[in-house]
Design a protein around this ligand. Structure first.
Ligand SMILES: O=P(O)(O)OC[C@H]1O[C@H](OP(=O)(O)OP(=O)(O)O)[C@H](O)[C@@H]1O
Length: 225
């Protein structure tokens, strides 16, 4: 049996929608504070997937150690999806870091999840996309942190090969290094709950950073990969 959920998405075998939006929407500053307390922000010299050096590293893998904060981050994305009236039939997390987030988004919105593997297995069904799906349906991609958008793009490509549609992707945080424009070229609408600029402003309020350092970092991150 298929049932439409409150946001118009479809769930299998579960007609009862119990959760969608938070009673009061989660504020960016509230999630920032939780991420700060969980030491998700580190300054220094780190290297990203793209090979680029970054003076600030944001590690949202840490939040799986707090189900409360993990849920808050997922709920913040759900609030945004509902507010923007984004429609989709399945939720897919960009492996691996976003998988716990995607699981909670699927749960909160009562919308089925699929799982995209980084690599297909050489045994079993050898499928790259796991779960039950019908071709022609639409997938929402969920990310933790986005830099270039390449991981989203790769995931969208694998999903589209299965004759599924992908039009929207959401992340907890956009490092604001060109992902929106890159993904738009691939017909993907990208949104995030937090931005790098918001994080840097938050770190200024914590006296962890000066305005001058913030501008140096933004300038550094604006350089091409
Ligand atoms: O926008 P991009 O330039 O693709 O960078 C962002 C990606 O990098 C990180 O994943 P990582 O490659 O470190 O793998 P993991 O999720 O398995 O830790 C992050 O979780 C995103 O998926």
């Amino acid at each position: 049996m298929t049932a439409a959920t409150a946001n118009g998405n479809h769930a299998i075998d579960d007609p009862v929608v119990v959760k969608v939006q938070s009673a009061s929407p989660i504020e960016e500053t509230t999630l920032f504070e939780e991420l700060y307390q969980m030491e998700c922000f580190r300054t220094g010299e780190f290297y990203l997937k793209s090979g680029q050096m970054t003076p600030i590293y944001i590690d949202l893998r840490r939040i799986m150690s707090s189900p409360r904060v993990l849920r808050m981050a997922a709920q913040a994305m759900c609030d945004k999806l509902v507010a923007k009236n984004i429609k989709f039939d399945y939720v897919v997390g960009v492996p691996y870091a976003a998988l716990p987030l995607a699981t909670l988004v699927s749960d909160i919105l009562n919308t089925p999840m699929l799982m995209k593997r980084k690599e297909a297995k050489a045994y079993g069904t050898k499928q790259l996309i796991e779960g039950v799906y019908q071709p022609g349906k639409t997938v929402l991609l969920v990310e933790d942190v986005v830099t270039s958008g390449e991981s989203i793009r790769e995931t969208a490509e694998a999903i589209r090969k299965e004759s599924l549609k992908v039009t929207d992707a959401i992340a907890v945080l956009d490092r604001q290094q060109g992902a929106s424009a890159n993904l738009a070229e691939d017909k993907l609408n990208f949104m995030s709950f937090l931005t790098m600029e918001g994080i840097l402003d938050g770190l200024i309020t914590k006296n962890e950073m000066t305005e001058e350092r913030k501008h140096q970092i933004i300038e550094h991150l604006a350089k091409p990969f």
